[in-house]
Design a protein around this ligand. Structure first.
Ligand code: BES
Ligand code: MN
Ligand code: ZN
Length: 502
């Protein structure tokens, strides 16, 4: 675990191994620390910039030795991009790259100061800068090595990231920001861990136990329903998905009451398929192993509840996770079967691989019990999302303009951006069934939309937004603060939404 500390003082006089220096393209004179370092090293930054190998573009890194003028051994220059265009995202990316370089160099203690990352041209508060810096660093340094038995313990680690602020006032604000950033990134990393666990070690039962343990440590109430109770509720769609698996299903309910008593809660419903084989409509073998990540929506939900409690948000928040595997077997549901959902609506199964919407439909209907202020569901729901939006946007559909606007704004802030698709009733035609009230697949065309239309039938009139994270949840290549693997996307987005709603 990395330690984040904040103190008052002068960063150049601090006993750390390296000092990180943000550099804006073409504007080093506008950054007081960069200018000072340049002077201290006899124009070394000018020299570097004149060679053009480092120009201050985002994600670029250049290491300079301090030549013993000061206690630290290195300056790590990190590009922030064009002054005036740089914002919180550029700060997160620069921080991410810089701490990764420091870790590669085997350094233990890294010193930073917010003024080296904010250009006067931007309207960024020191609190927000501190949060973005801590978040970028903490997210970038994540790794999952639980199953690398032989390598464990041999890897390099940074022990401490120390924020050193010249003024008392800014140190106080930075401390608040850094603490927020640390908690939020820790919760994202917590969710990433859940997702990274292979399906044999993240069964519905283990997911429920893990949620319970997290809840117990964070003043969150956790209730876990098993088959008899779920049967009693009549969740026939969700039960249908689970009936092919040897692993028992678990309906996980998390309740955080930080708001006033009786205040309407925000309900978050997370798709929690711990493994999606497709069922009888079996998926192709290639890449099937990735389907351990089909519980990412649930993982993000757990991450949100964890951080919300640690941040003591003055809101009531509920998380619902209908956890199950989707497996083929003699007891599995078949294409052509008809299931009766908790809402009473019947569903004809076209594909057993369209299982997420079945589990979610009962959880969404259950959400109405809370008379929620908002319902947000988050799910790795459709392959069609990747076709429509590629890897950079979360698909968003919903019935409430205000909630959609809030989510869009929150997504822009944390760079988990959403793109809206239409929830027009015209699409409902595609999921009409000749034998039941609806069918669970509307075919290839508009797959993201017909899936959302299906879900909409179970939310009644509550303000609701559906987030399809199927194409953004997995990162194939390392990014600045997103190592290859699960991104746990949506965690920071929903948290930002909640923080902005306080
Ligand atoms: N979990 C998958 C969605 C998915 C597919 C996510 C590929 C990431 C990559 C979901 O349960 C699924 O299988 N959806 C089907 C729906 C179809 C049968 C209507 C799909 O997208 O193919
Ligand atoms: Mn599926
Ligand atoms: Zn699935």
């Amino acid at each position: 675990m990395i330690k984040f500390t904040v103190k008052e003082g002068s960063v150049l006089r601090e006993r750390v191994d390296a000092i990180l220096v943000g550099i804006h393209e073409d504007a080093i004179e506008k950054s007081p620390l960069a200018a000072e370092v340049n002077r201290l090293l006899g124009g070394a930054i000018d020299t570097v910039l004149s060679r053009k190998s480092f120009t201050g573009k985002v994600e670029q890194i250049e290491v300079l030795e301090t030549r013993e003028n000061i206690p630290a051994s290195y300056f790590i220059l990190c590009g922030l991009g064009k002054a005036g265009k740089a914002g919180l995202e550029q700060i997160r990316q620069a921080m991410g790259r810089a701490v990764l370089r420091a870790r590669d160099m085997g350094l233990k203690r890294v010193g930073v100061t917010t003024t080296a990352f904010i250009n006067k041209m931007e309207n960024i508060t020191v609190e927000d800068a501190g949060r973005a810096m801590a978040e970028g660093a903490n997210l970038a340094l994540y790794r999952f090595s639980k199953y690398k038995v032989k390598e464990n313990g041999n890897s390099k680690n940074i022990d401490e990231i120390r924020f050193i602020e010249e003024e008392r006032k800014s140190a106080t604000a930075v401390k608040i920001g850094v603490e927020k950033g640390r908690i939020i990134a820790d919760s994202v990393n917590f969710a990433r861990d859940l997702i990274n666990h292979p399906a044999n070690d993240m069964t519905p039962t283990i997911l429920a136990e893990t949620a319970k343990k997290m809840a117990g440590a964070n003043r969150i109430k956790c209730t876990v329903l098993s088959k008899p109770q779920i049967e009693k509720l009549g969740m026939g769609a969700y039960l249908g998905v689970a009936q092919g698996s040897e692993e028992p299903l678990r309906f996980i309910i998390l309740e955080y009451n930080g708001g006033k008593k009786g205040e309407k809660p925000v309900v978050i419903v997370g798709k929690s398929i711990t493994f999606d084989s497709g069922g009888i409509s079996l998926k192709p073998a290639e890449g099937m192993g990735k389907m351990k990540y089909d519980m990412s929506g649930g993982a993000a939900t757990i991450g949100v509840l964890r951080a919300a409690s640690m941040l003591r948000l003055p809101l009531n928040i509920v998380g619902l996770l209908p956890a199950t595997e989707n497996m083929p077997s003699g007891s599995a549901i078949r294409p052509g079967d008809v299931l009766r959902s908790m809402s009473g609506r019947t569903i004809e199964i076209i594909s057993t691989d369209a299982e997420g919407r079945l589990a979610l439909s009962d959880a969404l209907f259950y959400a109405a019990r809370y008379k929620p202020r908002w319902i947000i569901d988050i799910a790795t729901l459709t392959g069609a999302c990747a076709v429509a939006l590629g890897n950079h946007a979360i698909g968003m559909l919903g019935n409430d303009k205000e909630l959609k606007d809030r989510i869009t704004a929150a997504g822009d802030k944390v760079w988990e951006r959403v793109w809206e698709m239409p929830l027009w009733d015209d699409y409902a035609e595609q999921i009409k069934s000749p034998v039941a009230d609806m069918k669970n697949s509307g075919g290839r065309e508009g797959g993201v939309i017909t899936a959302a239309i299906f879900l909409s039938k179970f939310v009644e009139d509550y303000p609701w937004v559906h987030l399809d994270i199927a194409s953004t949840e997995w990162n194939d290549k390392d990014k600045a603060y997103m190592p290859a693997g699960p991104t746990a996307i949506g965690t920071r987005l929903i948290l930002q939404l909640l923080m902005d709603a306080c």
